[in-house]
Write a protein that binds this ligand. Structure first.
Ligand code: ATP
Ligand code: MG
Length: 371
């Protein structure tokens, strides 16, 4: 599906406007602080109903306003499917979020997720690799919630059980009270861990392929590292057994610390470079190597969308060539150009920075939030 119309109301600094987008995409050209990233943020909001930059919803409302609204029309390129209208609005007062699909509110917000299929490439992606493990878990949770049926439900069940159990630990409740939450925690937690580990395993080879291609011959291998000792994290039963043993082993520590210390909220993903020496890219990788790992993650995310949702994702690129050397930029372009059927929406500071589909993409200018 392509985004063929976008309606923006009081979103960040963007002027309220109606835009018809070309099916092949567009290059948005504008100087710093004019609203380029805000524009991509508005589009991506229609996929996850959240900011891709991790901003809170109230920060997305234009200064001095009370509510924003974004709406998009999705059209299939060959008209094989009916067009879909997805809209999202957020009101500061009462923190009310309303999502509609074709004008009707889905029973749960999560039922509206992922109608728009897009992958966003941004210089801030490097944080997924650079920062602490919670960034990598967040990345996995978003990708899997959108592409693996049932994942979001397991995750929500886990979070609830974890919250209740942590509250009991923090209040110094008896172990009988705390352990009421052990089984719900272990079962949902094992499902979360198993799905994440399965995804990493299933994309591992492809990830390495992209990494090698972009870096021009180097290698990196992703591994899912659960917070408990198990050699079969992809198996929910084995993971559950490991969590049960893990909880028993850390019971005293949990009492002292007042919080649950094993489970998917403590799991990690590592990227080993220089294969035989198993060096973590976070500890030993150069800036370029870490950016390449982040990029390879986005590329496997795109192929996951293709496989799971049967759609060519819309490629959103927020000034991504700013920090990569020529060779890497060229090879990324080749990778993205290979899938030449999809829509590409990119932002650049200067006309001459348009490197993807140089001749095919119409140019739009942006100044002070007006496109
Ligand atoms: P750069 O090239 O530097 O990345 P950009 O064009 O991507 O610039 P944006 O991140 O889109 O810039 O931000 C444009 C402007 O939007 C910023 O100057 C910022 O102050 C403003 N802005 C951010 N949030 C809001 C808001 N809630 N209401 C109004 N303006 C906002
Ligand atoms: Mg920007």
């Amino acid at each position: 599906m392509r985004l063929t119309h976008l309606s923006i109301r009081r979103f960040r600094n963007l002027e309220s406007q109606e835009l018809d987008l070309p099916p092949e995409g567009v290059a948005l050209v504008g100087e710093n602080a004019q609203g380029k990233s805000n524009f991509l943020e508005a589009i991506y909001y229609l996929e996850t109903f959240r900011s891709f930059r991790g901003a809170r919803d109230d920060q997305l409302i234009a200064f001095g306003e009370e509510v924003f609204r974004v709406a998009g029309r999705l059209t299939s390129p060959d008209a094989s499917e009916p067009a879909v209208e997805v809209a999202a609005a957020f009101q500061r007062k009462g923190r009310k979020k309303k999502v509609t699909v074709d004008g009707a509110e889905p029973e749960r917000l999560s039922d509206g997720l992922g109608r728009l299929a897009a992958v966003i490439f941004s210089p801030s992606d490097v944080a997924i690799v650079n920062e602490g493990p919670s960034e990598r878990r967040r990345f996995l949770d978003i990708v899997l919630s959108l592409n693996v049926p049932g994942y979001l439900r397991s995750l929500q069940t886990y979070r609830q059980a974890l919250q209740q159990r942590n509250a009991a630990l923090k209040d110094g409740r008896s172990s009988a009270v705390v352990s009421v939450w052990d089984e719900p925690l272990v079962r949902s937690g094992a499902e979360v861990t198993a799905e994440r580990a399965r995804w990493i395993e299933s994309v591992s080879e492809e990830f390495t392929g992209y990494y090698t291609e972009v870096s021009g011959g180097q290698s990196a291998v992703p591994t899912y590292k659960p917070s408990v000792d198990t050699d079969r994290p992809t198996d929910a039963g084995a993971a559950a057994d490991a969590y049960r043993d893990g909880l028993a082993a850390v019971a005293d520590r949990e009492r002292r610390m007042g919080t649950t210390v094993v489970g998917p909220h403590r799991d990690e993903v590592t990227f080993a470079i220089e294969g035989d020496r198993d060096l973590d890219v976070r500890d030993y990788g150069s800036g370029g190597q870490r950016r390449t790992a982040a990029l390879a993650l986005r590329l496997v995310e795109a192929s996951t969308i293709r496989a799971a949702r049967g759609q060519e994702p819309i490629v959103l690129m927020d000034d991504v060539f700013a920090e990569l050397d020529e060779g890497r930029s060229e090879r990324i372009l080749q990778l993205i150009e290979r899938e030449e059927t999809g829509q590409v929406i990119l932002t650049v500071p200067k006309e001459s920075d348009v490197k993807v589909r140089r001749d095919a993409l119409p140019r739009w200018g942006i100044r002070d939030g007006r496109i």
